[in-house]
Design a protein around this ligand. Structure first.
Ligand code: BTN
Length: 245
């Protein structure tokens, strides 16, 4: 990981750069930018990425695994980031399945995973990680739901130190996963630091929404939920919001 490191002062989006250049970028390339002019979030949303405040980074991966497995890189990244934040700051960072890290109920990190390939072969995966590190203010629309590590920790955080820890964590978890497609280590972290287990959540799938209670996260990293009639089911993907937040 990171043997090829590309650092921009300014770019539209590190994920877009990774996707547009995936053909000639090495597996494990890391792209960082001090600011993004058109940072992208999930579901077509913008991702505010002001200069010198946060970590705006993408990793280009080219694993020889089926696309159904590739989606799990999101959870690997979430586990790597959550552990790095906890170890560096002591903050009680939690993973809001599947892609967000929250501190005190507010979002500090989002992950946007984009994949291309055929039915049984991945061409590339771009895992984009956005972390509000030393931001002190947020655009109007998100100020109620977003926070930064500096705001929560009370002091500026060394972004380089956090990046190094994230890459080290990701590398270790990713390689042990790729070798035997066993997600046990990742799931242990995702479970220990889950913001959703035991909670009532709203699951959003396209235009449909429903309320369920999270029972657990299974060995594959999927959510096991219970609906009102006590029936259990597994949720593979989607957007969740924790009720009461
Ligand atoms: C989300 O929570 O909606 C996902 C946000 C992902 C933001 C990161 S910042 C680095 C990378 N480049 C982008 O344009 N987006 C991701």
């Amino acid at each position: 990981m990171g043997r090829e490191l590309i650092v921009f002062d300014s770019i539209d989006s590190t994920n877009t750069y990774g996707k547009n250049n995936a053909d000639h970028l090495m597996d494990g390339t890391i792209i960082l930018s001090e600011e993004q002019l058109a940072g992208r979030g999930r579901r077509g949303k913008d991702w505010s990425s002001p200069k010198g405040t946060g970590i705006w980074m993408s990793m280009v991966l080219k694993p020889d695994i089926p696309p159904t497995e590739g989606v799990k890189t999101t959870q690997i990244a979430a586990a790597a980031v959550c552990k790095a934040i906890r170890d560096l700051t002591g903050l009680d960072a939690l993973i809001k399945w599947p892609n967000d890290i929250v501190v005190n109920g507010r979002k500090v990190c989002g992950i946007l995973t984009e994949m291309a390939g055929q039915l049984n072969k991945i061409d590339y995966i771009v895992v984009g990680i956005g972390i509000n590190v030393n931001n002190t203010e947020f655009p109007e629309g998100i100020s109620a739901v977003a926070t930064s590590l500096q705001i929560e920790y009370g002091k500026k955080i060394d972004r380089k130190e956090l990046i190094v820890r994230i890459i080290k964590n990701f590398e270790a978890l990713y390689h042990s996963y790729i070798e035997n497609l066993n997600l046990t280590e990742v799931v242990a972290i995702v479970r220990d630091y889950s913001a959703v287990i035991g909670k009532e959540i709203k699951v959003i799938h396209g235009t449909s929404e429903r309320i369920v209670t999270v029972h657990d996260i299974d060995e594959e990293g999927f959510l096991i939920v219970e609906s009102g009639d006590g029936k259990r089911e597994v949720i593979f993907s989607g957007e969740v919001s924790i009720r009461g937040k």
